[in-house]
Design a protein around this ligand. Structure first.
Ligand code: P70
Length: 459
């Protein structure tokens, strides 16, 4: 029998950027000055940066070459038309409005489609998405399957929607109170978990029955398609590009942060099939982002995005991208570290409640753990727990999510397998000292998206 062969990156490295290791005393000072919030660290003080996979990927030589072809005309840049064509061809949406990044598109769609008192059901909240829905007067209702809230459940498609729960929400509120279903491919806050094609098809049927639209957060759609290909019956021999197209065809429009899947450092768009909504978006974008043929981007950014979209749909690229994440995840599992299972596609999520069971959730265990990992090795991670969840809109109390996680997010095409080994060693070191770790106290809390700028001190 032939042995299983290893995968490797489908590229070689042409340019490098030095990173520097600091010593413990330096890091003690740096994290204290940052108020124990990794968002407030300076990048020069970070050794391996796993804060996010957003805008941190390495562009290809083709993308850099595309940057040199930037047409920086104020109106009608040829790069806009290249981007429009790439989106129409690869994702199938008819109309596009470029935005500076994902939340720009979320802002537009929320302002256009949501009225005061509306309900927006979705497969788990995302921070910026929910805030834009709330600012437009809506209320987000989580209808993800219950497995998604359980870090131990090995259900393969934790991004699935609980269709019975959704139907109940529709019946109770009335379809006219629901402007759309917010459906994300992969679900970031659940640990980068995919939705199955079977569930999405059933969702389409249900929403058709009630005449409700599906707006797709397609930020990591190619990663979702990779998981469909690997694990869903009937998709093993379907190219990722085809699965992506099938997903998009089941929806009515999309918001995209191109800083993830699409391999660019900045950019996003709103894509639509409905001409009337598109008309409104094309008009609104000029207030907040820029003219509808650049939406806050330079021509060169749109060119890099058009090329990145095509690259993101390559099966070889995705096998290496998700393969690297799975390599790190398996190493951590083998070392007995509590992480969200199954391993997701864009990062590893440590279960901070299990990692630090002696730190109560009101002492911010994930925030604490993220700071401790930085202290140990200079590896920067991100809190995805009670700090990220924020406060309840009505009561003003902390929202205590079931998942209290630290995300080790892997940028695309940036780090090597040796980096993954070093990261694993650091997490293991912190795990072996976990009993000595105490929680944090919040000493500064901004009103919106507090996780970005909140400050803490040691208890
Ligand atoms: C991350 C980034 C961005 C994002 C996303 C999904 C599923 C929309 C957006 C917004 C950046 C981030 C954003 C908020 C809090 C922490 C980090 N996710 N939908 O690191 O897109 O950032 O381009 O406006 O993941 O996960 P954009």
């Amino acid at each position: 029998m032939q042995k299983k062969r290893s995968w490797a990156e489908p590229y070689k490295i042409k340019m490098v950027e030095p990173v520097y290791m600091t010593d413990l005393n330096y890091r003690i000072k740096a994290i204290e000055e940052a108020g124990y919030n990794t968002f407030l660290l300076k990048s020069k003080d970070v050794y391996i940066d796993l804060l996010t996979d957003s805008g941190t990927s390495a562009m290809s030589d083709r993308q850099w070459a595309g940057m040199m072809l930037g047409d920086e005309a104020y109106a009608g840049s040829r790069n806009f038309y290249n981007l429009e064509e790439a989106i129409q061809k690869n994702y199938g949406y008819k109309y596009i409005v470029p935005t500076h990044q994902g939340r720009g598109a979320e802002h537009l769609i929320s302002q256009i489609m949501i009225k005061k008192g509306d309900i927006i059901p979705g497969n788990m909240y995302f921070t910026t998405t929910r805030l834009h829905q709330e600012l437009a007067g809506g209320t987000f209702v989580d209808v993800i399957v219950p497995e998604a809230h359980d870090s131990e459940s090995t259900y393969l498609f934790k991004g699935d929607i609980d269709l019975d729960k959704l139907e109940k929400v529709i019946e109770e509120n009335g379809a006219d109170k629901i402007p759309y279903i917010a459906m994300a491919t992969t679900v970031n806050m659940a640990g980068g978990q995919p939705i199955s094609m079977a569930n999405l098809k059933a969702l389409r049927e249900l929403t058709n029955k009630y005449g409700i639209k599906i707006i797709h957060d397609m930020t990591r759609v190619a990663e979702n398609a990779f998981m469909n290909q690997q694990h869903e019956e009937g998709y093993a021999n379907t190219p990722i590009a085809e699965i992506v197209r099938e997903i998009c065809d089941l929806t009515d429009g999309a918001t995209m942060s191109a800083k993830k899947d699409a391999l660019v450092n900045i950019g996003g768009f709103l894509a639509l099939n409905d001409e009337d909504i598109f008309d409104q978006a094309r008009n609104l974008v000029v207030i907040y982002e820029g003219l509808h043929t650049y939406g806050g981007l330079a021509g060169r950014d749109m060119e890099a995005m058009a090329i990145g979209i095509k690259e993101s749909l390559s099966d070889d690229h995705m096998r290496a991208r998700v393969g690297q994440v799975q390599y790190l995840g398996q190493k951590l599992i083998d070392a007995g570290i509590p992480i969200v299972k199954p391993i997701g596609t864009h990062g590893i999520f440590l279960d901070a409640k299990k990692f630090l069971p002696h730190v109560p959730q009101e002492h911010f265990p994930a925030q604490t753990l993220s700071a401790e990992i930085y202290l140990d090795s200079g590896v920067r991670t991100m809190e995805r727990g009670v700090v990220s969840a924020g406060r309840d809109k009505k009561t003003g109390e902390h929202r205590f999510p079931k998942l209290e996680l630290v995300r080790l997010t892997i940028p695309r095409r940036v780090y090597t397998q040796a980096h993954m080994d070093v990261i694993c060693e650091s997490v293991c070191e912190v795990y072996s000292n976990r009993e000595n770790i105490k929680g944090l106290e919040m000493i500064y809390e901004p009103e919106y998206l507090r996780f970005f700028q909140a400050r803490f001190k040691k208890r």
